[in-house]
Ligand binder design. Structure first.
Ligand code: ADP
Ligand code: MG
Length: 496
């Protein structure tokens, strides 16, 4: 096979592969993730694909690799190793019209943004290749005082940086999206909507975007606020008759970062004002970053038109960190705070606190101060006593089989006792299967354990239930949404 192909030769081949892919994925998926990719070269082992940014690699690898490989096999006879090449300057802009991609998934062209840096400022997207940013690179030469002033004005805290954010499988996607937005504000994902449970790093990653932009773009105006501040400012402005001033303040920023947007729920007039602010910024090609504890469509009493705008860009979820990431976070914090606890204690903390990084930090702080004050070695037994309240709090937030059964039963309006009963009418059997499926997915429990917890059912029954639900979820979007909603409710211990 040819080592290198000219563009003309690559194109028909790639078109063929793309057309095979397009038959297997939804139109939205195709337009969003494949329409902008290009085949650069291929040989007998490898295919090099040009993509606009790191997110594409992540997304295609995570979700569409099988489809892509199938298409490659069909077109070329056998599989190839796919390599991704980020091609900056790939035709992100302008592609919207041509491809008909959903509005906002790719932001419109010809926008102006102050001080376009020439190089990519955010290295962390490629951790393996990350180098220390050169201190004398023009974009990095910053006036410390200027930055301090701008940060204060923007409402940003300099503790929350990309550098101090530990990347793991739980947050890789959000991190890559945030880096992309910080590198090219208003160009790629607008708005960027980040959601996830308490203490999982929403505020940190959003502030990191703001901080990064202030460092790399001298003249950019960034504003970070919570939705409560927005609400209070609005009420104040109405009372003082200063709406014009308020609008000017919010609409002249280049980057608006609003945290905890769920608190706009039920506040009709504030929502109305925010709707116009959003439109003005979006139409002016300004970057908007939002966060919430849940996806837009699940925010209670949020107007549909806002829900749909929040979904225009990219919606990315933060999950609780896995064991390795929890350990890496603890080590990072020890380094940043210049404290030390023994490895044994680090493992103990990572083992016992799963759901909330803020809580993990609190526990580390407490054990570290004990160690430094008492000067004696902290035993695990002592750590357990020291952290009793924190561990208790954690236990309340831990997913259990009981909680899964209770949440699913409440959602489907059946009795919790029906989860374990022998009764089999469909209105009970189906929710029971959903709960079994969730137990398997969320707890990674064995079929036998699950069977035991669901009234002594056997291994095969549980396996069948999980298979059925998986099959139905593939066929029905509605069920997929319900299961995802249930998962969120179970994780955050929320009422249906
Ligand atoms: P949220 O806004 O989601 O409630 P925060 O952003 O306030 O959470 O994070 C809580 C604490 O945990 C912060 O001190 C933050 O620095 C820390 N944290 C969360 N995730 C990470 C991470 N991946 N790496 C480093 N620190 C993190
Ligand atoms: Mg927060």
């Amino acid at each position: 096979m040819d080592e290198l192909l000219s563009n003309q030769e690559c194109k028909p081949l790639w078109d063929k592969i793309l057309s095979l892919v397009s038959e297997r994925v939804s139109e939205d998926t195709f337009l969003r993730w494949f329409a902008l990719t290009k085949l650069k070269r291929f040989d007998e082992e490898t295919i090099d694909l040009a993509i606009p940014n790191e997110i594409y690699r992540f997304w295609i690898e995570e979700n569409h690799m099988m489809t892509l490989q199938d298409a490659i096999i069909q077109a070329l006879g056998f599989p190839r190793k796919v390599r991704f090449i980020i091609e900056s300057g790939a035709p992100l802009e302008g592609a919207t019209e041509e491809t008909g991609a959903p509005r906002g998934s790719l932001a419109p062209e010809n926008r102006e943004f102050p001080n376009e840096p020439t190089s990519h400022p955010v290295q962390a997207v490629h951790p393996e290749k990350a180098e220390e940013p050169e201190s004398d690179s023009p974009a990095r030469v910053v006036d410390g005082e200027r930055l301090t002033r701008q940060r204060a004005k923007a409402g940003l805290n300099d503790r929350y940086l990309f550098d101090s954010f530990v990347v793991g499988s739980n947050n890789r996607f959000v991190h890559a999206a945030a880096c992309a937005v910080a590198t090219k504000p208003s160009r790629i994902y607008n708005p960027l909507f980040i959601y996830g449970g308490v203490g999982l790093g929403k505020t940190h990653i959003m502030q990191a975007i703001g901080n990064e932009i202030l460092v790399t773009r001298k003249n950019a105006t960034v504003l970070y606020i919570t939705s409560e501040t927005f609400t209070n400012d609005f009420i104040d402005a109405v009372q003082k008759g200063e709406l014009v001033k308020l609008r000017k303040r919010y609409r002249q920023v280049d980057v608006l970062i609003i945290d905890d947007i769920q608190f706009l729920g039920g506040k009709e007039r504030t929502q109305e004002e925010f709707f116009h602010t959003f439109n003005a910024l979006f139409d002016g090609h300004k970057q908007i970053v939002l966060s919430s504890d849940r996806p837009p469509s699940e925010i209670r009493q949020l107007e549909n038109r806002l829900v749909s705008r929040f979904e225009w860009g990219l919606t990315a979820e933060l999950h609780p960190p896995d064991a390795e990431t929890r350990i890496a976070i603890l080590r990072k914090k020890m380094q940043l705070w210049d404290v030390r606890v023994e490895d044994e204690v680090v493992f103990f903390l990572a083992d016992r606190i799963h759901n909330n990084v803020r809580r993990l930090e609190g526990a580390l702080m407490r054990t570290a101060s004990f160690a430094s004050l008492s000067g004696s070695k902290l035993t695990l037994q002592r750590a357990e006593e020291l952290l009793r309240d924190i561990l208790h709090e954690e236990a309340r937030n831990t997913v259990t089989l009981d909680r899964i059964q209770k949440t699913v039963a409440e959602y489907y309006d059946i009795r919790v006792a029906d989860m374990t009963s022998k009764r089999r009418p469909q209105n009970i059997a189906f929710p029971r299967q959903v709960a079994m499926y969730l137990s398997r997915e969320m707890l990674k429990a064995s079929y036998a354990e699950i069977g035991e917890a669901f009234g002594g059912r056997d291994h095969g029954t549980v396996m069948h239930a999980c298979k059925q639900i998986r099959k139905k979820m593939n066929a029905h979007n509605d069920l997929r949404r319900v299961v995802s909603l249930l998962e969120t409710m179970i994780r955050s211990n929320r009422e249906p």
